[in-house]
Design a protein around this ligand. Sequence first.
Ligand code: 5RP
Length: 260
Amino acid sequence: MVLQLTPIDRAKFAAARRAVDLVEDGMKLGLGTGSTAAWMVRALAERVREENLRLTCVATSRRTAELGREVGLKILPLDEAGWLDLTIDGTDEFDTDLTLIKGGGGALLMEKIVATASDRMVVITDASKEVKTLGHFPLPVEVIPFGWQASRMLIEELLNAMDVMGTNATLRMNGERPFVTDEGNHILDLSLGRIGNPRQLSLALNQVPGVVENGLFIDICDAVVIGYADGRVEFRDLTEGTIENERIVFEETDNIFRDL
Ligand code: 5RP
């Protein structure tokens, strides 16, 4: 079954499968959002079934909460679960410092809250998302619906003073209507080309009235698991300063596809 997936999905699956090995019995876990995170949720549920693990999970979106419950995971709100041991999530871009752009799936606000309420954040990805300089992927910024056009004007104005290549902010749409996040907000996608100083940009964006949060994750992510279509995985741990290379054997993990 794995071999029928696209190469990108095989890579995402391999990364997700490796990251789930980090989970230990009794842990409190943050579950990310997106297609890579969805593989992780399924692989995690398989480990829970096979090893009778007792886990408490917090989802970073309604979508992930639904999937988690569907596959039998115990999902609690963050405030009931308390501080988390580990969050595993996908990303849209990452650089060598493990600064991330997230929010392509529209869940950046809960993702950032959950990741920062965890001892450790591990990102799972395919290799195409690694960049030297962030900014090729449009930076998502969550804004409240009231006065979003004024917020957009202020953002475009502040971008003129930042170390970026573009200043265009586009309202994310869902068909004919503005996209609405789980918290009832909108998303502006900033086409920046390159982000010379992510820290300065992140601080400046969050000062704009109406901005709830931006998709730059700075000093939050501790490690990355990069998957490849042939099952190879590279596990780069920034905190430990280690890099491990391994291979996932796809045949052994076929179970998780039975209800797809
Ligand atoms: C959702 C996210 C996702 O983690 C990001 O968009 C990556 O998605 P995918 O795993 O589907 O490529 O930030 O808000």
